[in-house]
Write a protein that binds this ligand. Structure first.
Ligand code: ZN
Ligand code: FE
Ligand code: FE
Ligand code: ZN
Length: 274
């Protein structure tokens, strides 16, 4: 099964220091996979004291945009290539992010939470910090941040919406406060009219599961929250990875279209089996 018209909106470049491949390699991989639209969303610049090694420097933005423009020209008859960013939501950095987003006509901006306070909870190097956390507390803190990220109005898409599960730390399934935190986050996403990303990246991580959990997808579908698909490719070989699994899950909950963006204007495309 392939779903050709569905865009893959989450992929990186070596500017973030943990991805490989030129933009042209990503477009070639996309065409080979039968995709019709993709978007680059490299880790955006942030203030200098925030997570610097894992993202492009502000001075690299122009080169990023140039490279995408050239690649776009080269494939224009076969593939639509959008350009966006994966920006971080971290309280205190909103003004910087707002100014940076305003500096260019992006097709979309993904907002992702990678930190609780100064803890990069998805970083394998600081995995032992988990030992000092109650898992329910960590989940509640995480979903609260995701909720706040939606409320900023800065982002079009909420990236990998339950990244907190990456290494397989799980609260009890019946944890009332975690379930309340998830519900509250989804209500905020609905209210802010932002898109939730369904991401195959979790399939490649210890948790071995799509982001977000099927219960979150189910509830978001009930609320009528729109979805976009992202592979979170950090190498060209990952473009379109797990798309069938993600879209099957959406369809199982009655979701038959996904979001497409151009210059931050959203439209919906029907998920079409080919
Ligand atoms: Zn990354
Ligand atoms: Fe991310
Ligand atoms: Fe990413
Ligand atoms: Zn990501």
């Amino acid at each position: 099964m392939t779903y050709r018209p569905v865009p893959d909106y989450h992929m990186h470049t070596p500017r973030c220091n943990h991805a490989i491949g030129d933009v042209a390699d990503y477009t070639a991989a996309a065409i080979k996979a039968g995709l019709k639209e993709i978007g680059m969303s490299d880790h955006s610049p942030m203030p200098d004291d925030y997570d610097k090694p894992w993202r492009m420097d502000r001075t690299e933005l122009a080169g990023y945009l140039d490279e995408v423009e050239q690649a776009r020209d080269a494939v224009k008859n076969n593939l639509a290539l959008r350009v966006g960013l994966e920006a971080d939501f971290h309280p205190g950095t909103e003004a910087y992010v707002k100014e940076m987003i305003a500096s260019y006509d992006w097709d979309y901006v993904i907002g992702s939470v990678h930190y609780i306070g100064d803890w990069g909870f998805d970083n394998p190097d600081t995995i032992d910090v988990w030992d000092s956390w109650n898992i329910e507390d960590a989940y509640c803190a995480y979903f609260k941040l995701v909720e706040q990220s939606a409320q900023t109005g800065l982002f079009d898409i909420i990236g990998h919406p339950d990244l907190i599960k990456k290494f397989g730390h799980r609260p009890p399934a019946d944890s009332a406060r975690v379930n309340e935190a998830i519900e509250s986050m989804l209500q905020a996403v609905k209210q802010a009219d932002v898109v939730l990303e369904i991401s195959s990246a979790g399939l490649r991580k210890p948790v071995a599961e799509i982001y977000p959990h099927r219960n979150i997808v189910k509830r978001a579908a009930e609320l009528g929250i729109p979805f976009s698909y992202g592979s979170d490719a950090h190498s060209p070989a990952e473009v379109g990875h797990g798309m069938d699994d993600c879209l099957s899950m959406l369809k199982s909950f009655g979701v038959h279209e996904v979001a497409s963006f151009e210059k931050r204007v959203r439209s919906m495309v029907v998920i079409e089996h080919v």
